[in-house]
Write a protein that binds this ligand. Structure first.
Ligand code: UD1
Length: 416
């Protein structure tokens, strides 16, 4: 199994260009199945999750053509088929095939989706929503069988503003008779990205990006086209890296508004940067200050950025806290940072970080995608060498991470 060798201590200069967002792209590919013939998605990141989604498209007899970062998907020969567990378990987003196949065929067979182990992660809100639209859902030994004679638009209230449930129900509702209203919908940019793709196909959707989304179903749908939004979590990760080890490091091709909550926290900590709407330039913050962070749904501080941000807090003088409100178990990487010299303790959903602590290299096993990114950032500022095992989890979500970091002066290589 390949590992990542990171030698810390270099300051990083130059430009890192942000890729298309993993969490948008993994919803857009399944959404393309709603088109009768072709659709085109630009700026698709080359990451492991996309490779697996393309394998699922093959199972569904769907043709596609990948030209650099553009994917043209042709569903002319699309056939509904059970999605095998060895593919669906590779990522959480495989659940989006529930919404699209239900919309298009009124029948889906798929095993329970996978994803990072960061808490219980039930999909009850998706299932309740499908049922509200008129589907019957059976769970037989880890496999969902979802069937509907027809779907009928309705009013759905989400108990929690779940990203996955909002997108999945929006997808399913495109195949329902009449109007579906999703209340307490998630407002993340990924939802706007998917809605704009669906609208380009001919779907009638209003309110994406707000808490109430209205979908009028059963429209003529074809010829979708969209570009994947820049990855706000990748952008946040590299901006935090700039605060840790930048020397005029520029992060380019992002949407500043999408990472506003992180930029506000960086200012709290004392990080200075120059920014326009699409790029940010910054250098290492010499004396970061402690702060308190609570993760929230968008536009609040994203849970996916708290793990990389923790590394910055290890360099801040005093006691910082993170209160995680989205997932119940997302401090594994913070625990591993202790092996590099950090002073972190977690109790329930609260993490305490006491700084400033110098970090030193260690051999660590990557526990999850964003936790892996955090360990990598720590390795880049640590004394000596850090060896990260189980790096496929990092490669799941960060396109060309080794090349991007090497290009700005990081000493990082994949070793066997
Ligand atoms: C998505 C992102 C993930 C990010 C998360 C929150 C993808 C592929 N993944 O995950 O990177 O961390 O948003 O921004 O886009 N919940 C339920 N029942 C449900 C659905 C969710 O209880 O039916 C709970 C979850 O267990 C979790 C919370 O709601 O505690 C947030 O989940 P959700 O917003 O759905 O996240 P995901 O779509 O899984």
């Amino acid at each position: 199994m390949p590992k990542l060798k990171v030698t810390g201590g270099n300051l990083l200069s130059g430009t890192i260009e942000i890729s298309g967002a993993k969490n948008s792209a993994v919803a857009l590919l399944p959404a393309a199945l709603l088109c009768k013939t072709k659709s085109t998605i630009f700026k698709v990141p080359k990451i492991r999750d996309i490779e697996y989604l393309l394998k699922i498209l093959k199972v569904l007899n769907c043709d596609y053509n990948v030209i650099e970062d553009e994917i043209i998907i042709d569903t002319t020969n699309l056939k509904n088929a059970p999605i095998p567990e060895e593919l669906s378990e590779q990522m959480r987003a495989s659940y989006y095939f529930m919404g699209t196949l239900l919309s298009r065929f009124k029948h889906v067979e798929i095993s329970f989706p996978g994803g990072c182990v960061i808490g219980a992660r039930p999909i009850d809100l998706h299932i309740k929503g499908f049922e509200a639209l008129g589907a019957k859902v059976e769970l037989i030994r880890n496999k969902y069988i979802i069937h509907a004679e027809k779907l009928i638009g309705t009013r759905i209230y989400l108990d929690f503003a779940s990203v996955g449930a909002t997108i999945n129900l929006m997808l399913a509702a495109t195949g329902a008779e009449g109007e579906t209203i999703i209340e307490n919908a998630a407002r993340e940019p990924e939802i706007v990205n998917v809605a704009s793709f669906l609208i380009s196909m001919g779907c009638k959707i209003t309110g994406a990006g707000t808490s109430t989304i209205i979908i009028e179903g059963n429209k003529e749908i074809d010829n979708g086209v969209t570009e994947v939004f820049p990855d706000r979590i990748e952008a946040a990760t590299y901006v935090i890296l700039g605060a840790l080890a930048g020397d005029n490091l520029t992060i380019k091709g992002l949407i500043k508004d999408h990472i506003n909550a992180i930029l506000i926290k960086l200012k709290d900590v004392g990080v200075e940067f120059t920014a326009n709407e699409t790029e940010i330039t910054l250098s290492k913050c010499q004396n970061p200050k402690a702060t308190n962070i609570t993760t929230q749904v968008y536009p609040g501080f994203p849970t996916d950025a708290q793990q990389p941000f923790t590394v910055l807090l290890t360099q801040a003088k005093g006691e910082s806290t993170i209160t995680e409100t989205i997932y119940e178990s997302r401090y594994i990487s913070a625990g591993l940072l202790k092996e590099m010299g950090a002073n972190t303790t977690s109790s329930g959903n609260i993490l305490k970080v006491i700084g400033k602590t110098p970090l030193h290299g260690a051999e660590l096993y990557v526990p999850d995608l964003r936790g892996g990114a955090a360990l990598l950032l720590a390795g880049l500022i640590a004394d000596g060498e850090t060896i990260l095992d189980n790096i496929s989890l990092i490669l799941r979500g960060y396109e060309d991470i080794v090349e991007k970091l090497t290009n700005v002066g990081a000493k990082i290589e994949i070793i066997e």
